[in-house]
Design a protein around this ligand. Structure first.
Ligand SMILES: [Ca+2]
Length: 283
C-alpha cells in the first residue's frame, strides 16, 4: 500500500532504514550538494509527488486484494518457461547462448535460465518497444551464488565507446572505490546523456531469489526489491538507446558474466504503481 511514509523525509539526508527498508544514501546527498540551483524546484516537485502519493494512498482500498492486468503496457515478457520466447504481443524472441534451463523459484524444472558465470548470455534483439527514453518498468527475478561484479541486464547506449548501459541491472561491487570490494549490491543504472546514474540496494544474500523492479518516470529512478521500495533518485535527461541487442547475463565487453539464475523478465512502457509491484511479487 502506498503511503507518504514509503518515501519519507526525502529532503533530509539519512542513512537509516525505515520499515520498508528504504536507504537514503550518499547519492541523495550528492544530488542536493550538486544541484543547489534547482533544489527548490526539485523540492517543490517532490512535495507534489508526495501529495499525489498520499492522495492515491487515501483512495486505495486497504482491505481488499487488488488485481491487475499484467499485460497492460507490457512490451516484452520472457517467462523462460522452457524457452526464450517473448510472450508479449510483440513476440521478439530471444536467443540463449550457453545459458541452460534450470528450476525456477518454485522448484519447477526447466522454467528459468542458468548462467555459468563464464560466457553464458541471452540476447534479445533490438526492438523499438524496448528503446525507452523517459519511462519504463523492468521486472526480473534473479538468484546468484557469486559476489563479484556481474551484469544481469544491459541495454547499450548509441555510442559504443561510452560502454554505459542506457539502462541496466548489475550486482555486487563498489565501482567508485579503487579497491573493488564485494558489497552485494543490487544496482539499477541508466545513462541519460551518457552520464551514468545508479541506484543501489545493499547486502543481497547468495543463493536466494530476488524480484528486482526498476522504474523510471518523471526524472526519478526507483528501485524496488521483492515488491518493496528500496531507494529512489532524481536524474536529468532522456535515455538514448541503440540498435544493439539487450543482453542478459553479461555486458558487451564480456568481462562481467552473471553466475546464477534469471527468470521472468517483464518490461513495461509505463511506470507501474507500488500496488502493481506488490501484486506482481505475489504471482
Ligand atoms: Ca519461468
Amino acid at each position: 500500500m502506498i503511503t507518504a511514509r514509503n518515501f519519507p523525509s526525502l529532503v533530509k539526508v539519512t542513512h537509516k532504514k525505515n520499515s520498508f527498508g528504504i536507504i537514503f544514501d550518499e547519492d541523495l546527498e550528492s544530488i542536493i550538494n550538486h544541484q543547489k540551483t534547482d533544489f527548490t524546484m526539485k523540492t517543490t516537485y517532490l512535495c507534489s509527488c508526495l501529495a499525489l502519493l498520499f492522495l492515491f494512498s487515501s483512495c486505495s482500498i486497504e482491505e481488499e486484494e487488488q488485481t491487475f492486468d499484467l499485460s497492460q503496457k507490457l512490451v516484452a515478457h520472457y517467462a523462460f518457461d522452457g524457452n526464450t520466447k517473448d510472450a508479449s504481443n510483440y513476440q521478439v524472441d530471444a536467443s540463449a547462448e550457453g545459458a541452460t534451463l534450470i528450476h525456477d523459484r518454485f522448484a519447477n524444472p526447466k522454467q528459468a535460465y542458468y548462467f555459468d558465470g563464464i560466457d553464458d548470455k541471452i540476447e534479445i534483439p533490438a526492438s523499438e518497444h524496448i528503446n525507452f527514453a523517459t519511462e519504463f518498468t523492468i521486472n526480473i527475478w534473479i538468484k546468484t551464488d557469486a559476489t563479484h561484479l556481474q551484469q544481469v541486464l544491459y541495454k547499450n547506449v548509441f555510442d559504443e565507446q561510452e560502454a554505459k548501459a542506457a539502462y541496466g541491472i548489475s550486482l555486487g561491487y563498489t565501482p567508485k572505490d579503487e579497491l573493488q570490494k564485494a558489497t552485494n549490491d543490487i544496482i539499477f543504472s541508466i545513462a541519460p546523456y551518457g552520464i551514468e546514474q545508479e541506484l543501489r540496494k545493499f547486502d543481497y544474500t547468495e543463493e536466494t531469489w530476488y524480484m528486482v523492479t526498476c522504474i523510471l518516470k518523471d526524472d526519478i529512478m526507483y528501485l524496488y526489491i521483492n515488491g518493496k521500495p528500496a531507494v529512489l533518485k532524481y536524474i536529468d535527461g532522456e535515455l538514448a538507446t541503440s540498435a544493439l541487442p539487450l543482453i542478459l547475463g553479461n555486458d558487451p565487453s564480456g568481462k562481467n558474466p552473471f553466475q546464477g539464475s534469471i527468470d521472468d523478465l517483464r518490461m513495461y512502457s509505463e511506470a507501474k504503481s507500488l500496488d502493481f509491484i506488490e501484486y506482481l511479487y505475489k504471482q
